[in-house]
Ligand binder design. Structure first.
Ligand code: PMP
Length: 284
């Protein structure tokens, strides 16, 4: 695989980042994952807009504009002949060559790393069969709206889900679902209203979430952006999650309680198909 590190395209075994990099020592970094269909990027401006915001919230320099970042993404897709999968981008504050909590001088070069990951996204088992989730206390930090590389807790939550025989975890705070460990959480009430939590510091503003909200509006579905409890989701008509790499994926059980008839819901399936169609149309 060819990867990108600080201005160079190199074979992955030749890629080098300092052990003093703040991304490595302090998780002082942000990231984005953009999906690729038929060799083209999905929701790219949305992902780069969020990257810019994450960096700004952390006073981290981002000396590449959207056009330069698009060129790097496209070059990696080309060099790796990627038809379907993801491009991962990570930006860290770099390092002044020592371990220090204080931010280094603003002229310290940041570290930018990108790599591709081939994966079947449209025809995935979870997409067609749905996933089972278990709830976990949301013990992440209080600025989940910033897409940082501090992913130890989500990794622990996913391992707990796996140990319980489930596929993924939903995070719960004060009895209310915040979001999935790596996706946004949705439910459909029995009167046909789509519900997903409102944006705040408590959740990541999902790019897929925003597009699905647009699609739902175009399909004249009723939508409410508000918090919902685990019990409300368990007794909902349908549940699903959204993310760049899972698109719209039905949730068929929460803590071993089946949702609806225990099969992927009709609205989730429609939204998944519509999202894929719209993404293909908008891909660049
Ligand atoms: N929430 C969290 C915690 C995530 O890690 C992700 C995946 N990046 C999402 C939501 C979904 O965001 P997006 O649709 O932009 O992939």
């Amino acid at each position: 695989r060819t990867v990108y590190v600080n201005g160079e395209y190199v074979a992955e075994r030749d890629a080098r980042v300092s052990i003093f990099d703040r991304g490595f020592l302090l998780a002082d970094g942000v990231y984005e994952v953009s999906s690729v269909l038929e060799g083209k990027l999905i929701d790219f401006p949305g992902h780069m807009g969020r990257l810019k915001r994450s960096a700004a919230e952390l006073e981290m320099a981002l000396p590449w504009d959207e056009k330069a970042l698009l060129t790097i993404h496209r070059e990696l897709i080309r060099r790796n002949a990627l038809a379907e999968g993801m491009v991962y981008l990570q930006l860290t504050r770099g390092s002044a060559g020592d371990r220090d909590f204080g931010y280094p001088d603003t002229d310290t070069p940041p570290t930018l790393v990108l790599f591709t990951q081939a994966k079947s996204l449209v025809d995935s088992r979870s997409g067609s069969e749905g996933i089972r989730v278990v709830t976990q206390p949301d013990w992440r930090w209080a600025r989940r709206d910033i897409k940082t590389v501090q992913l130890l807790y989500p990794a622990m939550a996913k391992m707990a889900a796996k140990a319980a025989g489930a596929d993924d975890a939903w995070m719960v705070e004060d009895g209310m679902v915040t979001e999935g460990a790596s996706n946004n959480a949705w439910m459909l009430t029995h009167d046909g209203t789509l519900v997903t939590r409102e944006l705040s510091h408590a959740i990541l503003p999902g790019i897929t979430r925003a597009v699905v909200l647009e699609i739902a509006e175009a399909l004249s579905l009723r939508v409410e952006e508000r918090a919902f409890s685990v019990e409300e989701a368990q007794s909902a008509k349908e549940c699903f999650v959204t993310s760049a790499s899972s698109f719209v994926t039905p949730v068929i059980a929460i803590d071993d309680v089946s949702i609806g008839d225990g099969c992927p819901g009709e609205v989730a399936r429609r939204l998944r198909a519509a999202y894929i169609e719209e993404s293909r149309r908008r891909a660049i």
